[in-house]
Design a protein around this ligand. Sequence first.
Ligand SMILES: Nc1ncnc2c1ncn2[C@@H]1O[C@H](COP(=O)(O)OP(=O)(O)OP(=O)(O)O)[C@@H](O)[C@H]1O
Length: 674
Amino acid sequence: MVDEAFTPKNLHNFAIILIVLLCSGFLNICASIGGEYALGNLGGQIVKKLRIQLFTHLQKQSLPFHQKYRVGDLVTRFSTDMSSVERVVRIAFPFFLREALSVLLGLILLFSIEWKLTLAMLAGSTLMFIGPRLLQGRAETANVNYKESQERFTNTIDEMVKGHKTIKSLHLQARFEERARKQVHELFTFGLKLQLAGSMMERLPLISLLVLNGIMIGFGGYLIFHDMMSIGGFMAFFTLFLSVGQSGSNLASLIPSLIDSSTSFQRIREILDHQPSVLEDAHPLELPSSLPSIRMDEVTFGYSEEANQLHNVSLQIAPGSYVAFIGPSGSGKSTALQLLSRFYDPKMGAISIDDYDMRAISEASLRKQSTLITQDTFLFNTTIRDNLLLDSGASENEMIEAAKQANIHDTIVSWPGGYDTQVHHEGGSLSGGERQRLSIARALLRKPKLLLLDEVTSALDPATEADINQLIDRMRSEKTIVAVTHRLSSVMNADCIHVFQDGRIVDSGTHQELLHKNSLYRSLWDKQYGFNLSLDGLYATVDMDRLAKLPFLEGIALPLLKNIATLFTTETCKEGESIVSEGDEGNKFYIIVRGKFEIIKRMPDGGERRVAVLQDGDHFGEIALLHNVPRNATVRATGASVLLSVRQDAFHRLMADYPQIRQSLEHTLQKRIG
Ligand SMILES: Nc1ncnc2c1ncn2[C@@H]1O[C@H](COP(=O)(O)OP(=O)(O)OP(=O)(O)O)[C@@H](O)[C@H]1O
């Protein structure tokens, strides 16, 4: 324009150039709008596909995956990581294309104007990319650290929301606040480092551009002074150079968001690359709809490569029979049941249903035939009706019938919303018994032929437990039932009881057969019998002959035992509550009537370690009957529990009258300590 229109004052040329410029401008606007739409659509489609792919992949995962990744880890990948990939695909990628195209076209034009100057410019422009390259490692580390600390904070929020009742009842707010403060501070520190690395990477190309400008003007001036370039040519070159330089600098400034999204993309890939440990056969079989029989042949299984939790377990379950797995805590009962649900595959040996190897059966067919009910009931945040029906295809009448069978119908209709009552907090607003009955009704509606029950009654009050036991009894012979329990009284009438110990089946038979053997079953039974509990679960007593089995009361005369029995009072305990705390002064002795407790020791590093589990019939704290010594461990309930306790002062009065009790107690304690 300068050389051909302004300097010679040529209006014709000026008009032509102006028209070309205006048309180009108009085309530019149209192309931008069309391009934005096309690239936005393309980016959106890519992210949509990735989101669905991640979601579907998560649904396919087996249990070990969910033990490895916590809620926060997955939520962060769906939210923050996906957003950062989305930002790049939707915004940075189109931006990159546009800027790269500008640079390319600009360079062609620049070469056509003055190739030497363009070569000089290209040599100088490497400066723009050297700085960001040097900082890349630091920026990547900052990015990973920031995202991991985001995951940790999300996990804390998740735990706080889910455990809000326990946190309140145990007054743990300060502990959570402390943890949250630390994590928020960590977020702040990593966030700052990330921002500094990012802004340095964005700034460096601009600084390089300034240096490049200087080089350009110097070299351009030299060419003009030596008549190697016209002023108009230089102006055209310089204007174009500024535009190319800006595009180049824009490209360099994309590096931080590319690093961010590549970290995010790797984290998403990590999940997508995770193969489920339980895989569907390439040509899966369908189970027949008859009552199933089950066989476990020499099954060995471990949650990790290093250790096994089940060793050579073999058993047979006849169609329509009611079978129980019992044994001490940690003996492998639930593990065996989870293998029967095919949540895991055995390391060695095989499990078959109706003589089909479980690994060959299609998941859909297996889930249709069998249902596992555990004590961890999960209800969806929707109505009771939706929670019961889900996608079972059952009718309203069938739903009501199932609710009646599970003894929850009357309770549901007594709620103002009836079956349309909304469930909140995954069922947290309902009682444990209500949740358990709803999950039983939900399972019954699906009409499974194989019912797997894992401690379904252990957290229920005695009345509800009796109802559910009656229901199980009524379903006998209509279904094959396998029940895991630590409460022997609830499976007394099972067709066969398998006794687990240290991951092996050590005995099998009916209740009567096992009682007559002087075996583990007998000792478990002796520990659990002799307690009486009111139907509401609030008042317990203990029989004389059960008291006589306590080591320090062995040989004590019956009238005296009667006296001792009156000293006991009933105590109830909520899930997560500590009945005894390490370091506190001990002044009570306890017997567990129902429930499960963890024995927890504090570690020198401030953490905690579970050293044992106590259940129905176990006792603890007898030393407190003699001396006021501090408790050497914390005893915490893992579910609603009932205990009988006796205070030291009451026991002391008794020991003053009957010194033989003191002798016996001292003797027992000496034996235990020795
Ligand atoms: N997901 C897991 N990962 C690693 N180890 C596990 C896992 N689940 C259970 N275990 C371990 O496997 C062993 C057997 O546990 P399992 O739950 O089968 O015993 P259980 O007899 O059902 O005990 P309880 O009556 O206390 O539930 C225990 O030592 C337990 O700590």
